[in-house]
Design a protein around this ligand. Structure first.
Ligand code: TMP
Length: 234
């Protein structure tokens, strides 16, 4: 079936049904907007298994998304949407870029959670945006922006509960939204340890892509352990 789009970690295909797309997760890992790039056998499978189960957990907890079903170890079907070019980041704890850029102490808690919008535009290196930037760029209306932020806070609450049941703490995450042909906004893309920071509740050990970004451990072993812990929430 026809390849619609190939990204850094996924391929998106059409199916016979115009209301269904097929996503194939690739055995590739990148960091720093592609600055670091590796082939990693088994990564696509783990991301697909984890992302599918997270979308299922969210669905069972009242948060809908583009996810339809997992159809193989490395593939899932989703509803077609036009991705809104925003990365919506929610932070419960300071880590990563906010520590480097603004000097917040690593590990400091944000209550209520902090929501940020970034422009999903590789050529510009995904810069952070103010609300006015979003309006002037015509990316979303004021109402849509509010809806995105509200939806992100709901996703955050559900993911915090899920990770807690797994003995982990949700530090921060990035999500993306899409619009269907009727203009409805739907949670889309992927949620996995590639797109979240997750720390062990007791030891603060990393369960996310930081092990690859920082070269501190095996990504496959880390994601395998995370997937095993998901048994607690199935
Ligand atoms: P940051 O600290 O680098 O801004 O990242 C915040 C969260 O967003 C972290 O969980 C990683 C995730 N993220 C992505 O999934 N994709 C990206 O391109 C970026 C910059 C961050």
């Amino acid at each position: 079936m026809m390849l619609l789009y190939e990204g850094k970690a996924k391929r998106v295909f059409k199916t016979e049904d115009p209301e269904v797309l097929r996503i194939e997760y690739k055995d590739e890992v990148t960091a720093g907007n592609g600055a670091k790039h590796d082939f990693m056998e088994g990564k696509g499978r783990l991301n697909n298994l984890i992302s599918s189960d997270i979308f299922k957990y969210l669905r069972n907890n009242g948060v809908d998304s583009h996810f339809i079903e997992r159809i193989s170890e490395t593939e899932q079907t989703v509803k077609p949407v036009h991705i809104i070019p925003l990365e919506v980041v929610v932070r419960n704890v300071a880590a990563g870029s906010i520590v480097k850029r603004l000097g917040f102490e690593n590990g400091r808690e944000f209550t209520p959670p902090l929501v940020e919008l970034y422009y999903k535009e590789d050529a510009l290196n995904d810069p952070i945006l103010t609300d006015d930037h979003v309006l002037r760029l015509g990316i979303a209306t004021e109402e849509e922006m509010e809806a995105l932020k509200e939806a992100a806070i709901k996703v955050n609450a559900a993911l915090i509960r899920m990770m807690n049941l797994m003995g982990m703490k949700l530090v921060d995450f990035k999500i993306e939204f899409g619009k269907d042909n009727k203009g409805n906004i739907l949670l889309a893309d992927e949620i996995s340890p590639d797109t979240c920071r997750i720390w062990d509740l007791e030891t603060n050990e990393n369960f996310d892509k930081d092990v690859y970004r920082n070269g501190t451990g095996s990504l496959i072993d880390t994601y395998t352990k995370f997937y095993e812990k998901m048994e607690a929430v199935k």
